[in-house]
Design a protein. Structure first.
Length: 636
């Protein structure tokens, strides 16, 4: 009888387990040190890249990611792009709740397929396929897999240990399989990573496997040199490659430049009519610099920017005649067009590829590979080099802006392509000068006339306002002016389009409740609209260098007109703060009817040791304190 009962109990538990839901990846199984401060935990990431030939390859991806809170929600969205060179196959995805029970599965009909086209794209064969689960109960886990098939290999998939500060990882693996035939080779570059692969072979292939495990999050550190520069990564690149029938080699920069030159050779085919017109435009120009300026303005006014990314068009520009006829093109086509019209008048220029972006990600100069996303033009003339950004129809000739300034670029020449560096703007070329006349009244409010001159890189945030609708400009001003309570009466802008451009902004504002009233006294903040009120946070045991990306300077002059019936009781002392990071200085002067306040704050470009961080914070703490100073008026 006892044996029968035990058998029945066994059968009961077996049936119960068969009917129970399968539980996978419960959050409780994650080590606590990986959960600490993490928005997401990479439970498992496996990628296997198989090189089939010089132009074909396959990437198999499978990942399991736990999203801990709302800040990591983007990791729950499946999103991959594809094109004529990159096909996506075998997409699978399942979502699990905190306990590892399945709550949602990606079905084929759930996937949304849309063009990956910006508002500036005209021809683009890239598309995006995505799925958003819209899960709001945290934590939950996303398991997915897919395969990418490459038909054309200019680049190999890189392997980043981290993709952001907010993620930790349990396990990551990258396999690369290459064929043994034809002495096929890949090149490897390790960034902040000392990791030898495991190597295995069979009759046909060699496989390299890299793996890491149990990496906690990287704490964000203010003023760091850049996430992509400081985190561990593995970059791979081919020697020989083929894309859309174009063969190339990138074993050296010279070889890679030769391939790039193939794509622009013989694309300077302007008609005789156009050449005659171009020569006429510069007939009265006094020198080469003026000729470049005249033709750059002509190119800007004639053409508009659209993106062209169909087939090899992602790398090869339209020819000059096509741009001339259609009056549009992308960065490649417009740069080639500008190159061609300069050639009409005997001025040599060079098609130049660059990695654009506000954060100046560095090029790995010792590792030739495709590291670029934009094209500009380099015009070397005697005693000068003029850089031309051909996609922007507002900026003056020779001005780069913070999108492409102060970074490595790759000049493409027929037989001697070379890495060079674009212009670094000095502190005098990155300035903001402001003059304010502020008439106070006895209620603590007042009227202010604000004139701000933005110089060089200082113009970046206001260039887009010049032709914007007035209501859009007003909304921008209300959002950005650092005054607690105000209303705008009027505003206007003017542009001086010299090589280092200047934009002047004039604003008339009503300032409300600016001063504190204490009995018969007014307490008035002396810094009207340019305070340092956020100090870099304290970081224990900082790891990365302190990076100040550009030198800049802000100069504020404010004239406070004292209301009738009041006199000055107290003004702040002058302040001078000098450091290797920058300088700060205030001067306060008073007359019978006015208080004049001058504030100068400069930051110096540079990279500094992590050991300097407390000194760096102290610099900002001192400035923040000085910026909070007030003067006191007393009623007579």
């Amino acid at each position: 009888m006892k044996k029968i009962i035990l058998v029945l109990i066994g059968i009961f538990f077996l049936l119960f387990n068969l009917n129970a839901k399968e539980e996978k990846y419960p959050v409780v199984s994650i080590p606590q040190e990986l959960i600490k401060n993490a928005d997401v935990v990479i439970r498992s990431s496996k990628k296997h890249f198989t090189i089939l030939s010089v132009e074909k390859g396959k990437l198999e991806v499978s990942e399991v990611i736990t999203i801990m809170n709302k800040s990591g929600i983007d990791y729950s969205i499946f999103e991959e792009y594809y094109s004529s060179f990159r096909k996506i196959r075998n997409i699978k995805g399942v979502y699990y709740d905190e306990y590892g029970e399945e709550i949602k599965k990606i079905k084929k009909d759930d996937l949304i397929d849309v063009p990956a086209i910006s508002g500036f794209s005209l021809f683009d064969d890239s598309r995006v396929i995505y799925f958003n689960p819209e899960i709001e109960k945290f934590p939950f886990t996303f398991e997915y897999s897919y395969t990418v098939e490459f038909d054309g290999l200019l680049s190999y998939p890189s392997w980043y240990i981290y993709s952001s500060n907010n993620e930790s990882l349990q396990y990551k693996e990258y396999k690369v399989t290459i064929p043994k035939d034809n002495n096929f080779e890949i090149r490897k570059y390790y960034q902040n990573l000392e990791l030898e692969p495991q190597k295995t072979s069979d009759a046909n292939n060699t496989t390299y496997t890299w793996s890491v495990s149990n990496y906690p999050i990287i704490e964000y550190e203010p003023y760091n040199p850049g996430f992509s520069r400081t985190t561990p990564a593995l970059f791979l690149a081919p020697n020989d490659f083929r894309i859309d029938g174009f063969d190339g080699n990138m074993e050296s920069w010279e070889n890679f430049g030769n391939w790039k030159y193939q794509l622009i050779a013989n694309k300077n085919n302007l008609s005789d009519v156009t050449k005659t017109k171009i020569k006429g435009l510069v007939a009265d120009a006094k020198d080469e610099t003026e000729k470049v300026k005249v033709l750059y303005k002509y190119m800007q006014d004639k053409n508009r920017y659209v993106n062209i990314s169909v087939g090899i068009g992602g790398w090869e520009p339209f020819d000059a005649e096509t741009v001339d006829r259609l009056s549009y093109g992308d960065c490649k086509a417009l740069s080639n067009y500008m190159k061609s019209i300069l050639e009409c008048i005997g001025i040599q220029s060079y098609y130049t590829v660059i990695k654009a972006g506000a954060y100046k990600s560095p090029i790995i100069s010792e590792f030739p590979m495709n590291q670029f996303n934009h094209v500009i033009l380099c015009v070397p003339i005697e005693g000068d080099t003029i850089w031309l950004e051909c996609t922007n129809n507002k900026i003056p000739a020779g001005y780069l802006g913070d999108f492409i300034d102060d970074r490595d670029a790759f000049i493409i020449k027929e037989d001697a392509s070379e890495l060079v560096h674009t212009k670094e703007y000095s502190i005098e070329e990155n300035m903001q000068k402001r003059h304010v006349s502020f008439e106070l009244n006895e209620t603590g409010s007042g009227v202010a006339e604000v004139k701000t001159t933005y110089i060089g890189l200082g113009t970046e945030n206001v260039y887009g306002l010049i032709d914007a609708p007035r209501e859009d400009i007003k909304r921008y001003l209300y959002r950005t002016l650092e005054i607690p309570d105000f209303s705008i009466d009027n505003f206007e802008y003017s542009v001086d389009e010299k090589r280092i451009p200047e934009i002047t902004e004039n604003i008339n504002i009503q300032v409300k409740n600016y001063s504190s009233i204490m009995g018969n006294r007014l307490l008035v903040p002396i810094n009207l609209m340019n305070k340092i009120d956020r100090v870099p946070k304290r970081v224990k045991d900082r790891k990365t260098n302190i990076k100040i990306r550009r030198s800049d300077c802000e100069i504020d002059n404010i004239e406070y007109i004292i209301p009738t019936g009041y006199s000055v009781e107290n003004v702040p002392q002058n302040v001078t703060i000098n450091s290797k990071f920058g300088e700060y200085k205030t001067e306060v002067n008073q007359t019978e009817n006015e208080i004049n306040y001058k504030r100068t704050f400069s930051m110096f470009k540079g990279e500094y040791s992590p050991n300097d961080y407390e000194e760096f914070r102290k610099f900002f703490l001192q400035i923040s304190k000085a910026d909070k100073a007030k003067f006191v008026l007393v009623k007579l």
